[in-house]
Ligand binder design. Structure first.
Ligand code: PLP
Length: 446
């Protein structure tokens, strides 16, 4: 694999107690100026980031096992991305594609057609955020089918706008008291092997959902199924093999648009360009964001040309969607993913980390399930009898932070520790991050 040259030393180093004085001063200013409804996983403020390291304003160097929620796969200051951004910003930062179009948008759409699963004719439309992509995928599916019902799944996360809140499963903190929600959204059971009855196959789990759709909605009313091939915020739930394929085949037979929300799983994260590929599933529409542009805000809906071209001109768009600087960043990001073989790196991360998580499970007895693919891995923490242990997950993340590692939690029950390291993290630093996870777990179990 290509050697990666880093700008910052790739080491964990704490020079103050955490948070240090500069971060504390910023926290006080933040409290007086920033809305309380915005949370942060850790209380230190970033000054610099490169490879697997985030340096805070007090000079502490932390190991990054979150990538800003699966965004900075190529690194948070990848030199090729930074150069592409600077070059495009020096030419023009904006014209609005709906006013004066530019080549960057077209090139991104060409790349997405080539990279996403399936050899059929495809089109793309670009947006700013994952939620916006999901909203628009639903708009397209409803218009193209003339139907209104949309099926989402237990533990789903699709965003924070009104329609995507309705698609999202978890009440706190995403939905509570933010309603009323968009109508015609129906929730069906997911395949969650750790919590399903033992032995339930992916196909059986899909049949369970399909039978409910048929009896409660009628397939002919359904415009779209929206599903994350591996669930993100909901707990890194990997459905049983065959679940996605059975749903997708059934949807195709019923004229229902199968929308894969790959906002978190996309762009090499799981060891393939897109997580659907692991299951041989070719979605009708795929929603993309997070890892697409090396940290610049960009999102896309890519899919069947007949669906996307069904929409009348002017029906899709937005002032900033496809910003030319973000498009330049995306093109450089995709190049870097190819050049550095980040799919291969994600698979190497899985090979290095999964066995260590399994060892930790055997040693501590508090890990009910170890799961994930590529550089999207998780441990589900449980009490005796498999009851979710959210307090322990919180304690482990806090311990890890105090030792200089940024770790994220997730899950409907808040009891999952998720690992989303930058794909460019070095082997030694990653191993040290997992060492710290182990130490933190032992300390938190007590
Ligand atoms: C993060 C996420 C979204 C929402 O993306 P934003 O850019 O935060 O709007 C949607 N779907 C999935 C699967 C996500 O992980």
């Amino acid at each position: 694999m290509t050697e990666i040259a880093y700008r910052l030393p790739q080491r964990r180093q704490l020079v103050t107690a955490l948070p240090g004085p500069r971060s504390q001063a910023l926290a006080a200013r933040r409290k007086a100026a920033v809305a309380a409804g915005v949370g942060s996983s850790v209380p230190v403020y970033a000054a610099d980031a490169d490879g697997g390291v985030i340096v805070d304003v007090d000079g502490n160097a932390l190991i990054d096992l979150g990538s800003g929620i699966a965004v900075t796969g190529v690194g948070a200051s990848n030199p090729a991305v930074a150069a592409a951004v600077a070059e495009q910003a020096a030419r023009f930062t904006h014209t609005c594609f709906m006013v004066t179009p530019y080549e960057g948008y077209v090139r991104v759409a060409e790349e997405l057609a080539a990279l996403t699963p399936g050899a059929h004719a495809k089109r793309s439309v670009l947006f700013n955020s994952g939620a916006e992509a999901v909203e628009n995928a639903v708009k397209i599916a409803r218009l193209a089918t003339g139907r209104s019902a949309v099926v989402a799944f237990d533990h789903a996360y699709h965003g924070r706008t009104n329609l995507t809140m309705a698609l999202t499963a978890k009440s706190m903190p995403y939905k509570a008291n933010f309603g009323p929600f968009a109508p015609e959204i129906y929730r069906m059971p997911m395949s969650y092997p750790f919590r399903d009855e033992p032995g339930l196959t992916g196909e059986q789990a899909a049949r369970r959902a399909i039978s409910r759709i048929e009896t409660q909605l009628g397939a002919q009313t359904v415009a779209a199924l929206v599903i994350e091939p591996i669930q993100g915020e909901g707990g890194f739930v990997v459905p049983a093999p065959g679940f996605l394929a059975t749903l997708s085949e059934w949807a195709a037979a019923q004229g229902i648009v199968f929308i894969a929300d790959e906002v978190q799983t996309g762009f090499a994260r799981t060891g393939a360009w897109f997580a659907c590929e692991h299951e041989g599933v070719v979605p009708d529409l795929i929603t993309l964001a997070k890892g697409i542009a090396g940290g610049m805000p960009l999102a896309a809906v890519t899919g069947r040309a007949d669906l996307l071209d069904a929409v009348h001109p002017g029906g899709l768009g937005g002032t900033y969607g496809s910003n030319p600087v973000a498009c330049a960043a995306a093109l450089a990001t995709i190049d870097q993913m190819r050049e550095l073989d980040l799919c291969g790196r994600a698979r190497a991360i899985e090979a290095a980390v999964l066995p260590r998580l399994r060892d930790l499970a055997a040693e501590t007895g508090v890990i009910g399930d170890v799961r994930g693919r590529g550089a999207m891995l998780a441990i589900e923490l449980v009490r005796e009898g498999g009851e979710p242990d959210a307090d322990l997950a919180k304690a482990v993340a806090a311990e890890a932070f105090s030792r200089g590692v940024v770790l994220l939690t997730c899950g409907s029950f808040g009891n999952v520790i998720r690992l989303l390291p930058p794909l460019v993290i070095g082997d030694d630093l990653l191993a040290e991050g997992i060492d710290v996870l182990g130490e933190s777990l032992r300390a938190a179990v007590g």
